[in-house]
Design a protein around this ligand. Structure first.
Ligand code: PLP
Length: 448
């Protein structure tokens, strides 16, 4: 590493490039697409060191629900800070973690009444996978150790989570390190043939699952899905019918259903949990990202009383001995409780119905645009694809579009040829309209 002697004279972005290895990034690309140094945030806006504003249209990577520097969340963390910042959760407990667990259980109407905590989303996925297999072991079915996952699915980047992820760019370099899984077709509604609808695609995809389970169910612990939207997989959306069929197949063949709601939970799709659109409950449900309002790393895996009881006994090894140092961190739980209080007192789900229709209107232009296909929306996620033939001559459309959007004063981060917005739940009507117009201008600039 370069040793920086006069760091106060060196621009922050240069120092960052020298000392910080940034996530999900080929660092050399920053030679032509410089890092952006953020000095502060307020509401849906980020401000760089020169006070240039940027509208955060992707909720800081799908985490921020109620704006940056939200007074209620700030206060809740400050209040908790005066009491206890952290204590280990093995052998100890504290009010925020108890209250949060009770509130989450109530949101599942008691169906998923036991909450196990971690810090990052990927860790919550690891927990669900381990618990599922361990449950079958405890039930004298140790062969049930394989997992079923969907094409185009994403569940995080630790080795267990990456094994059930099917996004080539994240997975390919590590294939040799990953356990083998069954990967089945995605119910992605974009695959509908002429005359078909999303339910037809769901049925075809579920048929493939049924065929697999008929042969392999003795060896399978669980299937993991992202309910309704495969977010990292280019915001591919599917019919809730898929979840109903999968739930029924899981019951028939004795397979756990893991609903990874890390991106789609917390009201993003229009209901608090995306599974509620289908009227089904999984055996495991993972949350992270939005649950702490985008403030602090917090993730969790919820499960049923039946699964919890299987681990309950006199023998230590019968227990679930997994742990992370910051499990159930009080500050993070306090932030999450503040978010749930906002949901309740500010009728967030109710108001989001109107917000999502504002979103529809702000992007009405894209429905008519000849350059665009597969316009789609699920609650507070809106996405569309640029027709592939238009991208010839663009070495990296997503990055060019990102740069153009920064020049328009908005933060979006296209995935391949998919442009999407996933804003915090606080945009005014005027900000939503501005977002739609700025995306349009950035697209015109990029494809000019
Ligand atoms: C982001 C994401 C994860 C991983 O969460 P991290 O906090 O980044 O580890 C897992 N599953 C889904 C569906 C996600 O969107």
């Amino acid at each position: 590493m370069k040793v920086i002697t006069n760091s106060h004279q060196t621009p922050l972005v240069q120092r960052s490039q020298d000392a910080v290895w940034h996530p999900c990034t080929q660092m050399k690309h920053h030679e032509s697409f410089p890092l952006i140094a953020i000095a502060r945030g307020k509401g849906a806006w980020l401000y760089d060191e020169k006070e240039n504003p940027l509208l955060d249209c992707i909720s800081s990577w799908w985490t921020n629900l109620f704006g940056h520097s939200n007074p209620r969340i700030n206060q809740a963390i400050a209040d908790q800070l005066e009491k206890i910042e952290h204590v280990m959760l093995a052998g100890f407990t504290h009010p925020p973690v108890v209250e949060l667990s009770e509130k989450l259980a109530a949101l599942t109407k008691g169906n998923l009444g036991h909450v196990f905590y971690a810090s990052d989303g990927a860790s919550a996925v690891e927990i669900a996978l381990k618990m599922s297999h361990h449950f079958w072991r405890l039930n004298h079915r140790p062969n049930k150790k394989k997992f079923v996952c969907l094409q185009n699915g994403y569940h995080g980047e630790t080795l267990g989570a990456l094994a059930v992820t099917d996004v080539a760019i994240f997975r390919d370099a590590y294939g040799a390190l990953l356990q083998s899984v069954f990967t089945i077709p995605s119910p992605d509604a974009r695959k509908a043939a002429q005359g078909e609808n999303a339910d037809d695609v769901a049925r075809h995809a579920a048929n493939e699952l049924e065929k697999l389970l008929e042969v392999e169910h003795h060896n399978i612990a669980a299937i993991i899905v992202e309910p309704l939207v495969q977010c990292a997989g280019q915001m591919a959306m599917h019919s809730p019918q898929y979840l109903r069929i999968v739930r029924a197949l899981c019951d028939k063949f004795d397979i756990h259903l893991i609903a990874d709601e890390i991106a789609v939970g917390c009201g993003r799709t229009g209901k608090f949990f995306a599974c509620e659109h289908a009227g089904v409950w999984p055996d495991f449900l993972t949350l992270s990202k939005g649950i702490s309002g985008g403030y602090l790393p917090l993730s969790l895996s919820m499960t049923t009383d039946k699964i919890y009881q299987a681990f309950y006994g006199d023998k230590t090894q019968q227990g679930f001995l997994h742990s992370h140092s910051y499990t159930g961190n009080p500050l993070a739980c306090a932030a999450a409780l503040a978010c749930l209080a906002i949901f309740e007192t500010e009728s967030v789900l109710q108001n989001n119905i109107e917000r999502s229709s504002d979103l529809t209107k702000a992007f009405a232009w894209a429905k008519e645009d000849e350059r665009i296909e597969h316009w789609r929306q699920q609650g507070m996620i809106l996405a569309f694809d640029i027709k592939p033939h238009l991208l010839q001559g663009h070495s990296n459309f997503a990055r060019e579009m990102f740069s153009a959007s920064i020049q328009e004063g908005i933060l979006i981060r296209p995935i391949s040829n998919t442009i999407y917005v996933m804003p915090p739940y606080i945009l005014s009507q005027a900000e939503t309209i501005q977002m739609g117009k700025s995306v349009h201008s950035a697209l015109n600039r990029t494809l000019a």
